[in-house]
Write a protein that binds this ligand. Structure first.
Ligand code: UD1
Length: 456
């Protein structure tokens, strides 16, 4: 397919797409936990104990590209994106765009979205169920077409995931939102800027409100906005399309609405969560690595914790070099918090490192209700863990042993991989469909750092 002179292959099922579900045991490994409904023959086999060594570059950020795809709907002309990560969530986003009437194409790490003929306003239920963050399309689709239909994404493996703050902000901009059971219908006769205060800096609510406000008449002031780097990336993208936004990176956003936006070329920021995952994995294996292609300033809280654990770091503008001692020490207490605090998305991976660090680590999870599910699997590997509500007490042991494991959610899956890399013996990790939501070809990245990991 050709889109505005760019040669691209049409979006079609590729290796990053979901494999058909299998009703039986994982055929290759038959590992405990790789049981019913596991995808056929899809496990990581990891032989632990090799220090990670070498230099790798991270991919584009998942949490940045998804809202940018949603924002593309706001434009009148094609959007060209570079550094698009090949993730299953990327595939879901492109299918949503196609269902709305956009023409999209993906080639290597580039995507073109032509939203000039957007006609649809229904975000398909099954895609919302596949990717909860599809709710971020609500603001942009309604702003562009005058209405949007969305089924409520509901809770997920991380606990209850209400979108009340999204709806509050969109209503303040003049949207009528009818809720019938699980179905939402948002519509309006022209959006108007408003003064909105979020009681909690929700990332998704900030994104949804931003996307509706850029096409609203007049000025919107959004107080209590999320400050995550991915919000800043979205704002940079929107500004390049012609939006009037100032204040991103701080808690108050000022958005001056414009009548229309035009597409642009934009490179997605590097994935700070992938970078943090690789650095922690290197640290727990006693490795020596360089992780490139992201902004260390976006990962300050994680780097601070790694230093407290005894890792030596050299920080440059767009890369970090890490060398780790034979055994890490506990960082003490770590509490997750909105940016610039310690990211909840890195908490599970940190807990894997804590399982082997000398001393007791206390982890407080303050963002999501249920983000300790992976800990019971770490216990199967020999970890010493106690959970009390939203606090985990992890007493580091000298070694973990390989086991048959199953990823239950994206970052929990990354935690299991991290623990398996440092454990003695072999581990098999199923549930790869969760890991593939957020890490592009993780096994290739880790193999490049010398890990013994393969997909079987
Ligand atoms: C985004 C990220 C996710 C990250 C999270 C926090 C994407 C695609 N996902 O998720 O990886 O872990 O930010 O950094 O970018 N809440 C409400 N009402 C709302 C909205 C949120 O109560 O209307 C609650 C949520 O249930 C949750 C907390 O606020 O407990 C944080 O949610 P939010 O910041 O919105 O995260 P997401 O945008 O869902």
């Amino acid at each position: 397919m050709q889109t505005k002179g760019v040669n691209m292959t049409p979006v079609s099922p590729g290796p990053y797409r979901e494999a058909p579900p299998c009703e039986g045991l994982c055929r290759s490994c038959r590992a405990e936990g790789c049981g019913k409904k596991e995808e056929a023959g899809r496990c990581f086999r990891i032989r632990g104990g090799r220090p990670l060594k070498g230099s790798v570059s991270v991919h584009g950020a998942k949490n940045s590209v998804l809202p940018i795809f949603a924002a593309a709907v706001l434009c009148r002309t094609p959007v060209h994106l570079a550094r698009v990560p090949r993730l299953s969530d990327t595939g879901v986003s492109l299918r949503i765009l196609e269902s709305l009437g956009c023409i999209s194409a993906l080639s290597e790490d580039e995507a073109v979205v032509d939203p000039s003929a957007v006609t649809g306003s229904r975000i398909p239920d099954r895609l919302v169920r596949e990717m909860r963050s599809s709710s971020v399309f609500l603001g942009s689709v309604a702003a562009r077409t005058g209405e949007a239909y969305l089924c409520l994404p509901g809770g997920c493996e991380l606990g209850a995931r209400p979108i009340d703050l999204h709806l509050m902000g969109l209503r303040a901009l003049g949207m009528t939102i009818e809720e019938k059971g699980e179905k939402l219908h948002a519509y309006h006769n022209g959006l108007k800027g408003a003064d909105i205060t979020l009681p909690f800096p929700s990332v998704g609510a900030t994104e949804n409100i931003l996307m509706a406000a850029v096409l609203a008449k007049g000025r919107t002031v959004l107080r209590g906005a999320a400050r995550e780097p991915e919000i800043q990336d979205l704002c940079r993208f929107l500004r390049r399309c012609g939006a009037g936004i100032v204040g991103d990176g701080g808690p108050v956003l000022y958005i001056d609405g414009v009548p229309e936006l035009m597409g642009c070329s934009y490179a997605v920021m590097g994935d700070r969560i992938e970078a943090a995952t690789l650095l922690i994995a290197a640290a727990v294996t006693g490795g020596e690595v360089e992780v490139r292609g992201f902004s260390p300033a976006d990962t300050g809280a994680v780097l601070g914790v790694l230093r407290r654990m005894g890792a030596r770091l050299r920080v440059y503008r767009d890369r970090v070099q890490l060398s780790a001692p034979h055994r890490l020490i506990t960082p003490g207490r770590v509490d997750t918090a909105p940016f610039p605090g310690f990211p909840t998305d890195v908490q599970p991976v940190l807990s894997a490192a804590a399982a082997l660090a000398e001393g007791e680590t206390v982890i407080g999870e303050n963002i999501f209700d249920s983000r300790f599910k992976h800990l019971s699997q770490l216990v199967q590997m020999g970890a010493d863990v106690r959970i009390d509500g939203r606090t985990a007490y992890i007493r580091g042991v000298e070694s973990l042993h390989g086991a048959g494991l199953k990823a239950l959610d994206l970052r929990g899956g990354a935690a299991l991989v991290t623990a398996a890399l440092a454990a003695e013996g072999e581990s098999r990790i199923g549930g790869l469909q969760h890991i593939e939501r957020g890490y592009e070809r993780l096994e290739e990245t880790l193999s490049a750092l010398g890990a013994e990991i393969e997909r079987v």
